[in-house]
Design a protein around this ligand. Structure first.
Ligand code: SER
Length: 326
């Protein structure tokens, strides 16, 4: 029988995805039923004023447990993570937050018999040895970043808790996520967000990866929709659990810049690749997400052209009101 999700805890709710996911969950399930948490960064006024918010530290299980008991939590969206670029600067922190944070969430899931736990994964699970185009669901996972290592381990750990303890856990491999509400924090795909901000703000951008770098990407509304769709899918129909490939579009920086130029004709891009180039080169160009489409009906709505139009419209409005970077 499908257990109900009544009280939801979101970790990493101040982050790029967590902030928008929390607001959407509040719209769908009721503001007081979605408990937002973060580690250090102050939440936006919207996040803090729209429902409960608390600071926790996922590496300290007692700080999560306090929330679980206080609010009678039955569902966790575990969005807290150290991303790829920051992870390469501080691999121990990346391991600590991503691995110890995740096992703490799973242990509390068991202890309090939770209805559901969602743990996102990433295109960072891949590394050398994969087919770069349309990377299949099943292929070697040999990441070369600490972030990727932790994401592979977390997928396996989640599947272990599903098989061994019957815990209901779901996860999907996010591509680079593009959005205009909250800036991403320390990932390799951040250039695909920064380029829009700088195009609107200054009409030029210096990109930290080469122009021919092509990675799988997705617009935030699709990311949120897909995440909630997977969370609400019938568990008995899922053959996989923690590692669904999740795709929408793929483009090179040249193609992205050309699309932006349709709206900002004088836009100029320069290229100064740094250590993040190597990370980007180890990830797929595009991915095959047919398992997600078959098992829980995934279908993206946004492509490069519609996303670019929407991003520029929103960022221009923010620039005019003097709140581009908030
Ligand atoms: N956006 C992430 C990163 O670049 C990938 O999951 O680290």
């Amino acid at each position: 029988m499908k257990k109900e999700m009544k009280k939801i805890l979101v970790t990493g709710s101040v982050g790029q995805i967590g902030s928008e996911l929390t607001m959407e969950l509040r719209r769908r399930y009721g503001a007081d039923n979605v408990i937002a948490t973060g580690r250090k960064t102050e939440p936006s006024e919207e996040l803090r004023n729209s429902g409960p918010f608390h600071f926790i530290d996922c590496t300290r299980i007692e700080t999560i447990e306090e929330m679980v008991t206080k609010y009678n939590i039955d569902t966790i969206y575990h969005m807290a993570a150290i991303l790829s670029a920051v992870g390469e600067k501080n691999p121990q922190l990346c391991w600590d937050v991503n691995m110890n944070g995740t096992i703490n969430i799973l242990e509390l899931g068991l202890k309090y018999k939770m209805a559901r736990i969602i743990v996102p994964s990433s295109i960072a699970v891949w590394g050398p040895g994969i087919p770069l185009e349309n990377t299949p669901q099943e292929t070697v996972l040999r990441p070369t970043t600490m972030y990727g290592v932790t994401k592979v381990c977390a997928e396996l750990l989640c599947d272990y808790y599903v098989q061994k303890f019957g815990l209901d856990i779901r996860g999907l491999r996010y591509p680079g996520i593009i959005s205009y509400e909250t800036l991403p924090g320390g990932g390799t795909t951040d250039y695909a967000v920064a380029i829009y901000y700088e195009a609107v703000d200054k009409g030029k951008y210096t990109c930290f990866v080469r122009e021919d770098t092509r990675l799988p990407m997705m617009y935030m509304p699709d990311c949120i929709e897909g995440t909630i769709q997977l969370a609400e899918a019938d568990f008995s129909k899922l053959k996989r659990h923690s590692d669904f490939n999740h795709a929408a579009m793929s483009f090179s920086v040249t193609e992205l810049a050309a699309e932006i130029k349709k709206h900002i004709p004088d836009f100029e891009v320069a290229y100064e690749p740094d250590y993040r180039q190597e990370i980007a080169d180890s990830w797929p160009n595009s991915i095959d997400d047919s398992a997600a489409r078959e098992e829980w009906g995934w279908k993206p709505k946004w492509d490069l052209s519609s996303m670019t139009e929407d991003m520029i419209k929103h960022l221009r409005a923010r620039k005019e009101s003097g709140t581009l970077y908030r």
